[in-house]
Design a protein around this ligand. Sequence first.
Ligand SMILES: Cc1cc2nc3c(=O)[nH]c(=O)nc-3n(C[C@H](O)[C@H](O)[C@H](O)COP(=O)(O)OP(=O)(O)OC[C@H]3O[C@@H](n4cnc5c(N)ncnc54)[C@H](O)[C@@H]3O)c2cc1C
Length: 289
Amino acid sequence: PSDPAARPGTYGATPPTERLQAPLLVAADSRFSATRRQLGIGARMTDFGRTVIVCRMHHALPHGGVAHECFGYERTLAILPLPDAVDTLDATDSAGSRHLCSVVVTAGAADAAALMALPADAFAAQVQAQFRGRLGPMQLDGERHAYPLVAVYADRFAAHRCALLGDAAVGMHPVTAHGYNLGLAGVERLTAALQTARRQGRDIGDQHVLAAYARTHHHNAWPIYEGTNAIVRLYTDARPLPRLLRQLVLQGARRLPPLQAAIVGQLTGKPPGWMQSLAPGRPTNLQET
Ligand SMILES: Cc1cc2nc3c(=O)[nH]c(=O)nc-3n(C[C@H](O)[C@H](O)[C@H](O)COP(=O)(O)OP(=O)(O)OC[C@H]3O[C@@H](n4cnc5c(N)ncnc54)[C@H](O)[C@@H]3O)c2cc1C
């Protein structure tokens, strides 16, 4: 609308759709958000041309609450600890499994299709082998789910009377297993911005109110998003130079505590000032919609 402030909540409403009135629309409808598109907000999408398989697995040895990332050139494997599945313990389970983890396998499309088609035991054997048996015998617990691997970063996180949240704002590559946390951090930041506006008696749909959310969330999310994509590119490139660079990065991270602290700070939402200043200003550049 030409004057959205005069007619709040009318974005994208076309007959026979019911027209609802609200001071603020929050879109949290996934990285392929239809609402984002209806709002006219673009997004930069990076299609890695790969597929992610997600499932739960039982394993014999305890994971100790430690997450693992295994970077192979063909497949990437993430083993993410879950609470022990005492309730689902199967007394006939020959492996004696009672520990549980979430498994994320990233593979090329054909390889992923083949993995999805494998019987459960054969699939489990492949995961167990890639993890070099560190958790002992592993067994599939439930269904495998396959997702196309596309990372998404919205051009803006907010506009007048609307804000993007969760994957609709930032859809991460899952290798760092951080997308959900980032989404929750976004909820916290948006809530804080709205509460401040309410306390000050301001309109919660005002673009300047929402700019506070867009700015802080972008400054935290952008380094994580770009850093994750850089890691993925580095660890899936088998050429000699990227291999060498990878070794240097690993050794550098081990020997440079400030770098480690900066990474942890960014992931926990408390980044050092120099990292915040790295983020470009694009998504905070609000315009009337
Ligand atoms: C393969 C994979 C593995 C991942 N692993 C991890 C991990 O280990 N750790 C981690 O922190 N994060 C992980 N993530 C990221 C995490 O899943 C997402 O960041 C999180 O689910 C995003 O939540 P969301 O609510 O924004 O979007 P979604 O979880 O995508 O939910 C969007 C919801 O909106 C609904 N919806 C869509 N359109 C409409 C509509 N028109 N009307 C009503 N409802 C609608 C959808 O049905 C869906 O329920 C992973 C992601 C993927 C793809």
